[in-house]
Design a protein around this ligand. Structure first.
Ligand code: DC
Length: 210
C-alpha cells in the first residue's frame, strides 16, 4: 500500500476519540495532533489575557499547547465557545492542514477533521457513545483526580458542550458521510482500539516499517 495514511478521528467529548487516536498513532507509527488542544489554548489564553480569540489563534505556537491547565473542564468549555467563532477556525486551519500533509501521514482528532480539515483522508472514524456513558466516564475521571464533583452537573455541562459544538454554524460536529461510526457505549478502550485497527487494516493499510 503506497497511499499515505491519514486518519481523521472525530466525535463528542469523552467518546474515547482522544485515547483511540493516540493509540492508533503509536500503532501505525504516525504523528498525532489533538486539535482540541488548539481550541483549548485559544480559549484559555483569551480568557487569561483579554486578547481577542482570533488574534490568539493567529499567533498560536506549538509551545502554547503544553500548559497542563488546558486539560481542565473550564478550558474545555472556553474551547467550545471560541470554536464557534469562524475567524478562530480560519486562523487554526493552516496549522492543522500542514500537520496532516506531512509525508509520513498523520492522525488528527477533533470535531471537523473528516468534514473540513482532511476531507480526503482515506480513513475517517466517527467515535460516539451515549451522553450518559460519556458523562459517567468524565465523572469517574474527575473523581479520580480528587475534588468535589457533582454528577448531574457533569452531565449538564457535557450536554451543553454537545449542543454548542453540534449546533454552531461554523464547522459543526458532524460525521462525514464517508466516516465509519464506532459506538463505544458498551466498549472499553482496548475493544475500541481493536475494532478500529481491524477496520483500517481492512482498507489495506499496515504498520509502516520502522
Ligand atoms: O476535544 P476537546 O474536548 O479537547 O475539545 C474542546 C472543545 O474544542 C470542543 O468542545 C469544541 C472545540 N473543538 C472544535 O471546535 N474543533 C476541533 N477540531 C476540536 C475541538
Amino acid at each position: 500500500m503506497t497511499q499515505r495514511l491519514v486518519i481523521a478521528v472525530d466525535g463528542p467529548s469523552a467518546s474515547g476519540k482522544g485515547t483511540l487516536a493516540k493509540r492508533l498513532a503509536a500503532h501505525f507509527r504516525l504523528p498525532h495532533l489533538d486539535t482540541g488542544l488548539l481550541y483549548r489554548a485559544v480559549g484559555w489564553t483569551a480568557l487569561q489575557t483579554g486578547q481577542p480569540p482570533a488574534d490568539v489563534a493567529a499567533r498560536l505556537t506549538p509551545e502554547d499547547l503544553a500548559d497542563p491547565a488546558l486539560r481542565s473542564d473550564e478550558a474545555g468549555q472556553q474551547a467550545s465557545k471560541v470554536g464557534a467563532i469562524p475567524e478562530v477556525r480560519a486562523n487554526l486551519l493552516k496549522f492543522q492542514r500542514e500537520f496532516s500533509s506531512q509525508a509520513s501521514g498523520a492522525v488528527l482528532d477533533g470535531r471537523d477533521i473528516g468534514t473540513v480539515i482532511c476531507p480526503d483522508a482515506p480513513v475517517k472514524l466517527f467515535v460516539t457513545a451515549t451522553l450518559q456513558a460519556r458523562a459517567e466516564r468524565r465523572y469517574q475521571e474527575l473523581r479520580a483526580q480528587g475534588g468535589d464533583i457533582i454528577k448531574p452537573r457533569v452531565l449538564a455541562e457535557m450536554a451543553e458542550r454537545d449542543r454548542r459544538d453540534s449546533e454552531r454554524a461554523a464547522a459543526p460536529l458532524r460525521a462525514a458521510p464517508d466516516a465509519w461510526l464506532l459506538d463505544t457505549t458498551e466498549m472499553d478502550a482496548d475493544a475500541a482500539f481493536a475494532a478500529a485497527v481491524a477496520f483500517i487494516e481492512g482498507k489495506g493499510f499496515r504498520v509502516a516499517a520502522p
